[in-house]
Design a protein around this ligand. Structure first.
Ligand code: FAD
Ligand code: SF4
Ligand code: SF4
Ligand code: SF4
Length: 385
């Protein structure tokens, strides 16, 4: 039976819950809003199936892998590109699957702007899947829906962060010719409870309910992306990634899920997906002709199936082949686990006491001793060169 002795041992994928034949695992949020399984021990028959599908227990390296191929790419249709987070490659890959009569699974907002996975089999529904939502998505019943579709011969694309793709593959337990998977490069997922409080505070400040959220608005350009919230009373909040407090909490690593600080799914070489997509940050310095600040994606192909799929989808794409380590340096936060902010524990202790996000901002400043040590380390590095 699933037993979690420390929070970093669960990424919240939900595979155990869906796999349990007795239906005796429920996902419940902790104080930070992250979901963890809770087992009804009376009902459990100790079959062990939940452990067999857990991607953390079974984190495995793929055996037969060629070096992945990497590209910088963007959709030529500028509406697709502007309404997507990076270069709009997800939409092109997804359209290819819809053209084959398939179903595309991805992430949509709930009414309260938390997020969950759904399946879309029409172009209109695909619009809802577009764009990065920087909170953890609930996979809900989607793994079992995918299995039913695959068994019936339907083509399926499942998209998500890489721990979700690993979980889906373990849940399915075998390869399917009609399954296509794409994962997004992943910095980590911020606390859903923090996002809830942040949005409620904004709604209070603007005296209106939010009706639209975009974590990756390109109003100030792709590189200076911004969080945009539109309210029912017509008012609009928009701040770029350096100014918006929620984005600062996220990118300073103070509010990520514990498993994201010890992520076993960031290794690019041994990915479970067919294709990985992300932002081609730094493209302006090594391929300036691929950058006009509207968004350029990095596309990493892991399988022959992925290669064929990308070639078909790439008909309406501007694309250039490149070295993986150049377009996505091994030091990037999406290729290695980030370190928790030294104030993370204090931050969440005060969060649990009900402090507002404005009050919590003070924890972003690194403690004095930490700053002194970091300075000393930098000086030592300089002298040892
Ligand atoms: C939590 C998170 C962290 C990320 N961190 C990085 C990073 O550090 N570096 C980097 O280069 N790129 C990162 N990305 C990926 C990047 O933001 C874009 O999603 C990606 O480049 C695809 O862009 P696109 O223009 O092709 O398509 P888009 O239309 O922008 O992408 C939509 C895709 O993202 C998926 N998606 C959206 N929200 C979520 C979610 N909450 N959980 C799972 N899947 C989701 C959708 O299902 C769909 O597949 C992250 C994305 C997420 C969701
Ligand atoms: S051991 Fe079997 S019955 Fe018990 S929680 Fe796990 S899957 Fe369910
Ligand atoms: S990582 Fe997924 S499968 Fe493992 S315990 Fe957590 S929710 Fe269950
Ligand atoms: S950082 Fe790793 S564990 Fe966290 S959501 Fe991303 S892939 Fe999953």
């Amino acid at each position: 039976m699933i037993q979690i002795s420390k929070p970093s041992e669960c990424c919240g994928c939900g595979a155990c819950t869906i796999k349990c034949p007795k239906n005796c695992i429920q996902l419940k949020p902790d104080k930070q809003g992250f979901l963890y399984p809770s087992v009804d021990q009376e009902m459990c028959v100790n079959c062990g199936l939940c452990e067999k599908v857990c991607p953390i227990i079974n984190s495995r390296e793929l055996q037969t892998k060629d070096a992945p191929r990497a590209y910088a790419a963007y959709a030529q249709n500028s509406d697709v590109r502007i309404s997507s987070s990076s270069g709009g490659i997800f939409t092109l890959l997804a359209r290819e699957i819809l053209d084959q009569g398939g179903c595309v699974f991805g992430v949509v907002y709930d009414e309260d702007f938390s997020v969950h996975h759904i399946g879309a089999d029409r172009l209109e529904a695909l619009e809802l899947l577009k764009g990065s939502k920087y909170i953890q998505s609930r996979t809900e019943e989607t793994f079992s829906q995918v299995k039913k579709m695959l068994d019936s011969g339907k083509t399926v694309l499942y998209s998500g962060v890489s721990c979700q793709i690993s979980a889906l593959k373990l849940y399915l337990g075998k390869d399917y010719y009609n399954l296509y998977t794409v994962d997004v490069l992943c910095h980590g997922v911020p606390s859903p409870a923090l996002w809830k409080r942040y949005l409620e505070e904004k709604e209070k400040e603007y005296s209106s309910k939010a009706k639209f959220v975009n974590f990756r608005s390109k109003d100030f350009g792709w590189k200076k992306f911004s969080l945009k919230i539109e309210f029912e009373n017509g008012k609009v909040y928009i701040r770029d990634l350096d100014e918006d407090l929620f984005m600062r909490f996220f990118l300073k690593n103070i509010c990520l899920r514990p498993s994201c600080y010890d992520c076993q799914f960031k290794n690019i070489i041994n990915r479970q997906s067919d294709i990985t997509i992300g932002d081609a940050w730094g493209i302006d310095s090594h391929m300036p002709d691929m950058d006009d600040d509207k968004g350029t994606s990095v596309v990493i192909i892991h399988s022959n199936k992925g290669d064929k799929w990308f070639r078909q989808a790439a008909k309406e794409t501007t694309i250039k082949s490149c070295e993986l380590d150049t377009i996505l340096p091994p030091t990037a936060d999406s290729r290695k686990s980030v370190k928790p902010h030294p104030n993370r524990k204090k931050f969440f202790r005060h969060f649990a006491q009900g402090e507002s996000t404005q009050q919590l901002e003070r924890f972003l400043r690194f403690p004095l001793m930490f700053r002194i040590k970091r300075k000393a380390k930098n000086i030592m590095k300089k002298f040892s060169r």
